[in-house]
Design a protein around this ligand. Sequence first.
Ligand code: ASP
Length: 351
Amino acid sequence: MRSTKFYLIAVFCLLLWSCQQEKTQQNSVNEKQEIKTKTSKKYAIALHGGAGAMDKNLMPDSLQQAYQEKLEEAVEAGYQVLKNEGSAVEAVQKAINILEDSPLFNAGKGAVLNHQEKPELDASIMEGKTLNAGAVAGVSRIKNPIDLAISVMENSKHVMLSGAGAEQFAEEQNFEKVEEDYFITPERLKAVRAAKKNEKGKTAYYDKNLNADKMGTVGAVALDQEGNLAAGTSTGGLNNKRFGRIGDSPIIGAGNYANNKTCAVSGTGEGEYYIRGNVAYDLSALMEYSGLSVKEAAQKIIHEKQPKLGGSGGLIAMDKEGNISMEFNTFGMFRAYKNESGEMQVKIFEE
Ligand code: ASP
């Protein structure tokens, strides 16, 4: 009798133990599956800080390092937004804000100046899922023009607002205004004065030297964990540009474009050529209608189509799988990317 009791208790314990074991194994399978689905979600951010005639031998090491650090800070900040399941638009905004606030780049503080030695800033944003877009052109009192472009997209029925109208909209949206002087740096004043001196006696509107300076427009493209793409671009335009000149950066389809079906694109270079070439949309169209990969389409535009038009510059593009292309036909382009596996690259010159 005693031994039967003992036997029953032993069987019960064994059963309990094997149930426990099964549960633990199931939990670990579930955990593994969760990690797998989490890590299999692709997300990435890429950015540029302008393309141009930067020379490795002429750029002091300390300046190269300053650019590298700022690009790294911006790409990391955008990446963290994506990692924490933020949207592609939020990641683009975060990265661009950092570059706009740095006087190193031709956007926000440190933007190049027009012929009157005044800042006139352009910016745009586009969302690949909805094809919603927002842009501002010729603003001079908004600290972060990309924020205003996003506000135009989200809080107005329009796509683009310019000059005084854009500034009035900013007031209605409670944007804090800064004085024009906030944007002006001694380096940019020197550059515009040098360009003005150079063009003396030439037909102002056709001066080839208009685009001789290194550029520094900023842009970002991102893919978030929901699989949505976004593209944003922000710039001061071209050094010594004429009053009222608007470049490609705020023009959807020229300097900026995003479509979940194809890719997100941000361009940098001589805006007049990017407008004529409808560059950002053209890249998307090459993917959509000709079946080119993002890399093939970007190479075709930057190395075949743009040079035929006469323009120089570069672009960054990302497809819906997070594949990135960073092409330029200049000596360099400030650029960086980081993806979900933590792979990061920051570069300035041609390799
Ligand atoms: N694309 C800009 C513009 O023409 C300039 C630049 O990218 O540097 O306004």
